[in-house]
Write a protein that binds this ligand. Structure first.
Ligand code: ADP
Ligand code: GLC
Length: 490
């Protein structure tokens, strides 16, 4: 079978621009798709992301792409110029096309609340297509990701429908998180050049004077995917669909769930360059050293008998930390334990963790902010990883923690349900601890169960070993994307 021309478009890409798992997934999937045979399928992959300020100011090596150095994109109210700077995705030969458009992307964060946020990402969609035209590169597949690139399929069907270059192009929209839909007042439609395409938009939304990137993408992509099998079912229900369940049910046949892969090139305790002590399932001794190092770094006293609980997370309602309020203090009071938190997000969560720290300064440490290295340290140096999500499309952290010998405590939802197996001390099978109900009581029950099992250190060793041996690599998950693409081209 011939290699495919695959275009990946997204708002995040590790290590250049990352706020969450989307960045890791794009990198891992891109690397795997592009890896040459016999190790990989050797597709012709190109990735598009904005040339954000933080990338422009970093030491990333890029070169102007000759074919697309100054491109004017006409929107009804103004013409916006961009150029492409091309770099390489690290540890691969995959080209990354950075969309260089200072007037839209030269801002402090990746995402903004500025009035032109819709234009910023409409532009990204169009820049992808404009660049393909200038390269005369006809993608077989354009895989869009989340709301930021979800208008691309509609542009392809309207603004760019005349161009034979795209005659064979199929689109896939991957939903990483239905909690973010890119919803804007319908007055923005004129700004982004879709004012005369109302007939192609979701009518229910338009009646309310709005439109959303994500619904538009769901309407116009050839296929839809999301990042776990369970989440694919959940988003078709009112409880998890965030107002999109009805629409998604109409496209049920075209929606598949593919669990995210893990790039063990970046996340492997055997050789992770971001941690000082390494370990494997067969020789876990380095993990104790990591535990000591982590506690020292977080300025907490080390005691091998006291389990360290780790959290690395965006602190938003999705992640379920409100369940801590009526559960964690009981354990902090009762047990000799440590809690290391790395996170940023909503003020109330940050403050709550700060309060825990102030109340139990010898047991709790928090680092407020985003820190890639510390994320690896917490995965490696903790004994238990906490992820009580209200909903979780896939989740990468629980898979990282499995590989780092840190059994996760998770709620049975989305990708957490698909990747963590309940520990059963009788049969010594399973990899972590699951609870069902979204309640402090249920979380407390799971934590109680953790402490009971922690006391049986022989069993615990097996639990750790089970988790470390699970394989969520892209070698396993990537072929599912490939099959999805091929099924569209038959
Ligand atoms: P989500 O994408 O919903 O945030 P995932 O579990 O899929 O959840 O991915 C989160 C990714 O972001 C992981 O790579 C995790 O290590 C990283 N991450 C989250 N918060 C932080 C932080 N404060 N500092 C460093 N890395 C973080
Ligand atoms: C989203 C989800 C997370 C998922 C990630 C990558 O941000 O919240 O569950 O793992 O995207 O797909």
């Amino acid at each position: 079978m011939r290699p495919l021309r695959i275009c990946l478009a997204a708002s995040e890409l590790a290590p250049f621009a990352k706020t969450g798992g989307l960045a890791d997934v794009l990198t891992g999937l891109g690397r795997w798709l592009g890896r040459k045979p016999p190790e990989g399928p050797g597709h012709d992959v190109r990735i598009f992301v904005p040339f954000y300020k933080r990338i422009a100011e970093s030491k990333v090596k890029t070169e102007p792409l000759k074919a697309a150095q100054t491109v004017d994109v006409r929107f009804p109210q103004r013409t916006i110029r961009f150029g492409i700077r091309t770099g390489k995705l690290p540890q691969s030969d995959v080209p990354v096309h950075f969309v260089d458009c200072p007037e839209l992307y030269n801002r402090a964060g990746l995402y903004t609340e500025d009035g032109d946020e819709s234009l910023r990402f409409a532009m990204l969609c169009r820049a992808v297509l404009e660049t393909c035209q200038r390269l005369q590169w006809a993608p077989d597949i354009v895989n869009c990701n989340d709301w930021h690139t979800a208008l691309l399929p509609l542009y392809l069907r309207t603004t760019y429908a005349w161009d034979r270059l795209f005659a064979g192009t199929k689109t896939v929209l991957t939903i990483h998180n239905i909690g973010y839909q890119g919803s804007f007042p319908d007055s923005h439609l004129d700004t982004i050049g879709l004012g005369d395409q109302r007939a192609h938009l979701h009518h229910g939304e338009l009646r309310e004077g709005r439109f959303s990137f994500l619904k538009t993408g769901v309407l116009h992509s050839n296929r839809l995917s999301t990042v776990s099998k369970t989440y694919a079912k959940e988003i078709q229900t009112a409880e998890f669909g965030m107002g999109m369940d009805e629409l998604l049910r109409t496209r049920s046949q075209d929606l598949v769930g593919i669990v995210n892969g893990v790039d063990y090139g970046d996340w492997n305790p055997a050789n992770d360059p971001l941690i000082p002590h390494h370990f494997t399932a067969d020789d876990p001794s380095g993990k104790q050293k990591m535990k000591a190092a982590l506690l020292q770094r977080m300025q907490l006293p080390y005691d091998p008998r006291a389990p360290v609980f780790g959290v690395v997370s965006r602190l938003t309602a999705q992640k379920g930390f409100e369940l801590f309020a009526d559960s964690i203090p009981v354990f902090l009071q009762r047990e000799d334990m440590r809690l290391c938190v790395l996170g940023s997000g909503e003020e109330k969560h940050e403050q709550y963790f700060q309060w825990l720290r102030d109340t139990w300064p010898k047991k709790v440490a928090i680092y407020r902010g985003f820190q890639e290295e510390l994320a690896h340290w917490i995965e490696a140096g903790s004994d238990v990883f906490l992820m009580p999500s209200r909903f979780e499309p896939c989740g990468l952290n629980q898979m990282y923690s499995l590989r780092y010998g840190t059994p996760p405590v998770v709620r049975r939802t989305g990708g957490l349900a698909d990747t963590v197996e309940p520990w059963d001390p009788a049969t010594r099978t399973g990899t972590g601890f699951l609870f069902d109900q979204f309640s402090s009581h249920a979380l407390a029950g799971a934590l109680d169960w953790v402490f009971r099992n922690w006391r049986d250190q022989q069993g615990w060793k097996q639990l750790v070993k089970n988790g470390m041996s699970r394989d969520f690599s892209w070698d396993r998950q990537g072929p599912e994307y490939e099959a999805l693409y091929r099924s569209l081209l038959r």
